[in-house]
Design a protein around this ligand. Sequence first.
Ligand SMILES: Nc1ncnc2c1ncn2[C@@H]1O[C@H](COP(=O)(O)OP(=O)(O)O)[C@@H](O)[C@H]1O
Ligand SMILES: [Mg+2]
Length: 374
Amino acid sequence: MNIAIVIGIKTDSISPDRFPEWLQDIPQSLYNKSKENWGNGDYGLASDAGIAYYLQKFSKHNISILTKKDIQLKEFNKYDVIIGLYDPYYYANDTNNPNSYKKYNQIIQQTSAIFLQPLSLQKFVLNKKLYTDTLQQHKIPVVETISFSIRNNMNVDTMIQKINKQCLLWECQSFITKPQPGGFGIGFKKWDLQKINKNKQSFSSYVKSIQSQVRIEKPLLLIQKFVPEFERFYEVRTYWLNGKYSHSIGTIIDPNSLGTSGFEEVKFAYPENEYDEDIFNTYDDVPEIIEQKLVNRLKKIGKQVCQIIPKDKTKEPFLLRIDFGCCLDNQKICRDYFVNEIEYVPNLFPEYSTHKDVLKLVGNSIIKKINDIV
Ligand SMILES: Nc1ncnc2c1ncn2[C@@H]1O[C@H](COP(=O)(O)OP(=O)(O)O)[C@@H](O)[C@H]1O
Ligand SMILES: [Mg+2]
């Protein structure tokens, strides 16, 4: 079997002093293919390059490493299976060109190789409005979302009118906007309805800036009620490997660092059963603990989500992340978490998951997937 892995995300990195033992002899040439610049001459190894090295070291197959210059039909046809950790959406953002997305997609459709993750899953996940509505139809808790098509001449007055109507129904004064596909924290913004009604200037400029972003797949501007708990409760990111629960990470993103393109300020937490005091005491900020009871509840919902996502003949995705936010605005005393997001090539936070060796976990999951395909 000839296997290829496409890398080059240059983010989601791990610093050399946190490398697991198997990673310590990674060749510089592979390191250089996907590393994150931390400034002052420091670089972290991006998660995709780490996983690629794991596959080269531990799989019995021949593993080739591809980068964006290799996204060509002739090249892809040399392989039986291609793992696209650097995916079409990444490619479009990296090259700042929506045509890159189309080109990569066409090659995936035309190639004789099996490409993972499957296009059907990618398209579903890149359409947050679609999957939010789909989950809602399956009675899975989500935040109600309305949307506007991102076009060249969006009518700001009509938008404000509709938002006013909706906020009346939602009984809220603050709402948020986020473009889809988002994913890089881009374009997230919180708004005060009264202020917009007095003066629409800043909302107009925002809409203009959204129009100028790379548009792919189904470009929508999503509107939700502002959920204040995001700033106080951990968003629980649950990881699923070949359809099975693996582990979770809780994050609170500092709201001041959201929607700007730089690094987000993040506070971390881990489930009781996955918490390793010895390791976490070596972190700069010692993380908090997430109650196991909550995680167990989320695992149940996550399983249902796994059943709903589209699958091709390769079945369960080798990797999936389901993010849960807190909380739905209802009368229940017990807080109801909702599904905020699904990702098919998520950030793994290898720097903050040292107790789990996530690169190895995902590497093994890919190896298992490849063996199943054989
Ligand atoms: N309805 C909301 N109310 C308040 N904060 C939100 C809301 N939706 C998202 N956020 C904040 O914005 C962040 C990014 O939004 P998310 O939906 O995860 O998009 P992406 O990760 O694709 O940029 C979330 O992690 C959360 O901190
Ligand atoms: Mg997110």
